[in-house]
Structure formats: C-alpha cells, structure tokens
Design a protein around this ligand. Structure first.
Ligand SMILES: [Zn+2]
Length: 79
C-alpha cells in the first residue's frame, strides 16, 4: 500500500473505480471518491468502517485539501 499526496495522484475520468483517501494528519479517517475534481468526495468516517454516529470527534477534519493522500496499491498513475 502506498500513500500518494492527492495533488500528485493522477485521477482518471470518473468511472466505476473508487479511490480511498485519508488525511495525512488523521489517518484513521477515510473518504472515497472517483475523481475529486469532477465529483464529490464522500466522507466514510473511521478507517475501521465505523460510520459516523454523532460523536463530534468523528467529524471530518478541517485540514486543507492538499493534506489528503490517496491510498493505492501501486504508483499513482492511472491511464
Ligand atoms: Zn486531517
């Protein structure tokens, strides 16, 4: 597993593939997106699959977009 900074990851045109994203400062949080520049980024909650359940501490972090990293099995080049 590699973590590729979101600005360095080459997202393909939105298709069936989803990419898991975490925050480099909050690696216990997860988002998912097809392409964050053309689609929404969906917040999933905690990395262990626990959905948001109302606890304030599990809200999305306030880090800038550039602090997000893409979780990938390979280098971040998708053709
Ligand atoms: Zn964060």
């Amino acid at each position: 597993v590699k973590l590729v900074p979101v600005y360095e990851f080459k997202f393909p045109e939105p298709g069936p593939e989803h990419f898991s994203i975490t925050c480099k400062n909050h690696t216990f949080l997860r988002w998912i997106t097809k392409n964050p520049y053309q689609r929404n980024i969906h917040y999933l909650g905690l990395a262990d699959g626990t959905k948001e359940n109302g606890f304030w501490m599990w809200q999305e972090c306030a880090c800038p977009f550039g602090d997000l990293v893409v979780i990938t099995e390979t280098e971040g080049v998708v053709t």
